[in-house]
Design a protein around this ligand. Sequence first.
Ligand SMILES: N[C@@H]1[C@@H](O)[C@H](O)[C@@H](COP(=O)(O)O)O[C@@H]1O
Length: 245
Amino acid sequence: MELVRVQSYEEMCNLAAERIIRLVKETESPVLGLATGATPTGVYQKLVSDHRQNGTSYRHVTTFNLDEYIGLGPEDATSYYFYMMKHLFRHIDIPVGQTHIPDGLAKNPEEECVRYERKIEEHGGIDLQILGIGRNGHIGFNEPGTPFSSKTHVVKLTESTREANRPFFDGKDQVPTHAITMGLSTIMKSKEIVLLANGKMKAPVLRRLFTMDEPSPELPASILKQHPNVTIIADEEALSPGNRG
Ligand SMILES: N[C@@H]1[C@@H](O)[C@H](O)[C@@H](COP(=O)(O)O)O[C@@H]1O
């Protein structure tokens, strides 16, 4: 894992956006893996500004999002579908049919997982996957204890994850209890991975990640140590040993 230490959130977002833009410009049919949460919103802002100012086109791009809450659909302001439309897709020229997010309203979520995994494979896998990291070390919604061999699956969210995501909802009881997420093996098949972490809340989990010798399902993000092309872009606060989150 390569670590890139930056001074600010702004700088982190600039670097991540530059990587995405380079891939989009240089590749015939790029497949991007996208994340939600508070962390990547600034990256999407940069992509939108660049699209407006420099005309970078996304007509040839396919995207796959990491996860979606079960029970929330495109019209729900707290769904990840809604988030992606709001922060990115609506502002660039990507055909909506080329964007993929697990269907949180699928009648049979297990079947939806199989369909989603197959769809990623049909597109030849993900070229560049953007990740955030949960305070308990989750990536996507792969909570501690998730097997490293997992494919796209249904997950029961931990109370700490529901609590961490509460600010996006009207109250904790509104936070869904389950989600569909790409599995750890799905994420590991990406050719390149960029994990973003900023702010003091992420300091303890990054510390655990860097000091862990052997990757363990107890810290799902530790699987990334086994991937040949991972860059972690983190700001000073997230890398400060004194921060306890
Ligand atoms: N499912 C998402 C993840 O994809 C995200 O990376 C992580 C961190 O979120 P944030 O960026 O808001 O800290 O937790 C959420 O629960």
